[in-house]
Ligand binder design. Structure first.
Ligand SMILES: *[C@@H]1O[C@H](CO)[C@@H](O)[C@H](O)[C@H]1NC(C)=O
Ligand SMILES: *[C@@H]1O[C@H](CO)[C@@H](O)[C@H](O)[C@H]1NC(C)=O
Length: 374
């Protein structure tokens, strides 16, 4: 981030002051105090309140994927509210989280009315993910394991929205023919366990197993859900670290936040890095409260391999770009990622781990053509 953007947001100066703590493991406990939690929690809540104002203003135009992110946020807010309620010093924060969740609930309810008109079939197929109680948050935490990173990842993000959707519909049991959840075809088994995926292919493989877990699918392939979740998140961590190395050059931010959203919900606390929180907070548009294309002057590197890999992946109904540059999908992933930070903050001190280039991750792609390093 640039100095200019730091100056524009006095609140973030504090984060920067805290950042050097990340260099020493012993400092993990230094922020494990009420004051630090309250400060960071307040910053995150301010961002989420602004984003909710955006949701409210554009409600009729927000697509389903946008609503899903805010649905996950509501659950995260309730979780934080509950945990903080028992600490007298954090009660104001608890009330604030609860107030925001109370504001979100009727908005989300109303949004379904709009989706019924704008995209009825997609809504029917994915309505379970909008239902209260669908999103379940972790109660225990783990770390990604770098030895699970693919040695030879695919050079192209092979994500196909239609294929991925059809497998999710089978899983949810919302198709025209199937009515039982936990459905799985041979095609979907192959697609969702295929090794070597990158980008959105990877994050949708993870989403598939996360939803399987939330739906309570435990038989057959799903008895190995945790194994696949661990493999996918290890690779998503690798991608996020490389995204950080190229300073989150547009348009990787969308996928970067999606990875934090999904793997955080998957219980991988090492995605909750202070410098990543700082980056995301910095991408919010102060006027609209949304997340979207960067303001003019921000770095856009079309020649970057990461750009070529991912620029054209977000397509069709999943993405909704407003004329002012706000993005429905990007705002949704941002709020669910930030909500994850808040939920984690309520349960643990933030992790401040930084990259350790001296530790070569065994599957690291540093020699591969899609290397993100400049
Ligand atoms: C990481 O994964 C490897 C390979 O599956 C395994 O041998 C190792 O024990 C794991 N490490 C941790 C800390 O879980
Ligand atoms: C399900 O039925 C609807 C309405 O009859 C139809 O438009 C849609 O294409 C069908 N979907 C699938 C996956 O067959």
């Amino acid at each position: 981030m640039t100095r200019k953007s730091v100056m524009a947001r006095p609140g973030l100066v504090l984060l920067l002051l805290l950042s050097p703590l990340s260099l020493q493991p012993s400092s993990l406990s230094q922020l494990d105090n009420t004051e630090g939690k309250a400060t960071l929690g307040g910053l995150i809540l301010s961002a989420l309140e602004r984003a909710t104002t955006f949701l409210e203003a554009r409600l009729p135009e927000i697509n389903l994927d946008g609503v899903v992110g805010f649905q996950a946020l509501e659950v995260q807010l309730r979780g934080a509210q509950e945990t903080w309620a028992s600490d007298p010093l954090l009660q104001p924060l608890s009330l604030r989280a609860g107030h925001l969740a109370d504001k979100l609930a009727p908005l989300l309810h109303r949004s379904i009315t709009y989706l019924k008109i704008s995209d009825p079939e997609y809504l029917r197929e994915f309505q379970p993910s909008l239902q209260p109680g669908f999103w379940k948050l972790p109660h225990t935490w783990t770390h990604t394991n770098a030895s699970l990173v693919y040695r030879w990842p695919e050079l192209q993000d092979s994500f196909s929205e239609d294929s991925s959707d059809s497998c999710l519909v089978l899983l949810l049991g919302t198709g025209n023919t199937s009515s039982q959840p936990c459905g799985l075809s041979d095609f979907c088994r192959t697609l969702m366990t295929k090794p070597g995926c990158s980008g959105y292919c990877l994050s949708h493989q993870l989403l598939f197993f996360l939803w399987a877990r939330m739906k309570g699918c435990t038989k057959g392939l799903f008895s190995r859900s945790q194994h696949y979740i661990s493999v996918f998140c290890a690779n998503m961590m690798d991608l996020n670290q490389r995204a950080e190395t190229i300073r989150y050059a547009y348009p990787i931010q969308d996928l970067f936040m999606e990875n934090i959203m999904f793997c955080g919900i998957g219980g991988f606390s090492d995605f909750y890095k202070l410098q990543w929180l700082e980056a995301i907070l910095n991408w919010q548009r102060p006027q609209e409260g949304c997340f979207g294309v960067p303001a003019a002057g921000d770095e856009v590197r079309h020649a970057d391999p990461l750009y070529q890999q991912h620029a054209l992946r977000r397509v069709k109904r999943r993405e909704k770009q407003f004329t002012d540059g706000c993005s429905s999908h990007r705002t949704a992933t941002a709020v669910a990622a930030l909500g994850g930070f808040l939920y984690f903050l309520a349960h643990q001190p933030l992790l401040y781990t930084v990259r350790q280039p001296s530790t070569p991750s065994h599957g690291s792609m540093t020699a591969a053509p899609l290397d993100l390093l400049p």
